[in-house]
Design a protein around this ligand. Sequence first.
Ligand code: ADP
Ligand code: MG
Length: 240
Amino acid sequence: MNRPFLSIRAVRKAFGAFIAVHDVTIDVPKGEFLTFLGPSGSGKSTTLYAIAGFQDPTSGDVLLEDKSLLSVPSHKRNIGMVFQRYTLFPHLSVAENVAFPLRVRGRSDSEVKRKVADMLALVRLEKFADRYPGALSGGQQQRVALARALAYDPPILLMDEPLSALDKKLRQEIQAEIRRIHRETGVTILYVTHDQEEALHLSDRIALFKEGRIEQIGTGEDLYLRPASEFVAGFIGNSN
Ligand code: ADP
Ligand code: MG
């Protein structure tokens, strides 16, 4: 394998005596769409937060192109995030929401303008630039969040259950959108879901979590056709 782009090395997270994540190790090649799949409480978000910089791991390391991210503050990691708890600014228009990460980085007005237009085109919301988030559907809000997360061309995009609040039809629509954006931008995506259909549909590889450990990692086909345990077979085979 090539030198890994993102390397998650023996990441452990303890809350008091309870170990939520047990020495998780994953190498992620550039451009991969990797999904953390697993039941609620299995440590998916905690692992993602260690990469995002929301919560430092108890031990282990996270390396981006061989450089540890752990000493880099969250807002300087250049990682785009679409989290349920990382929502749009309600008092800013769609265009200003997307512009925000660019303004924080001191980009010029002309660059901001061009990039916002590009990003709104990417998520097909050109006509909504002047609206406020409150006047958008849930799906449109998530597309704006995606445009904002990608506005400054971060090499990595983290998404934690970004579609879980949406109904099934909208979920499928935005899944298709996410796939297209992954294809068009080549951004490396780490995606969290508890929905195996979503994982199978979106991912290059799936890391299936169980009780803070990776039970199996591989392509959807690997997990589906060659499950390493009954847990994997049950989780992947179950449809909801
Ligand atoms: P998932 O995202 O897979 O649903 P989490 O990573 O959120 O799971 O949580 C993994 C485990 O760690 C759960 O048992 C959860 O209750 C526990 N946990 C998460 N955050 C905290 C915290 N801040 N304090 C104590 N326990 C936590
Ligand atoms: Mg979670």
